[in-house]
Design a protein. Sequence first.
Length: 143
Amino acid sequence: MKMPQLILPIRNVLNNLSRNHATKTTTQNLINYPKVKLLSNGKILYLLISIYMHGETLFSRTIVHGARAKKHIYVYDNVRDELESLGLCSRALGGGIMDFDPQARTMTIQGKCETFGRADHTVTKQILLGTPKYKDYKITVGR
């Protein structure tokens, strides 16, 4: 009878230690995940995505992810799989179409996503201009 009473506190301590390690790793993954990932140039589909730790939606980051695909859901599935491997959760806030020309340093953001609705293109523009790579781009927001 005394053995379970002795093991229980040890098990609780070990659970707390492993939970703290997982939380620290996940927090680092959340902080270090890039705000903008554009995997192609030309006309691409993009999503505005909120990423967070499971159960901690209050501490989230909004990212922009763009890729060449037939539908926005394919872009989201790839991002979600990548984030899940890092221990992060995601929620699509909306999407659109981005015409991206790195040589001319221009972008046009417009349109909407049938699956997730229209992203707030002005928020997308602010996120893009807030990154060192795209701060000098001429970004136009369409309808």
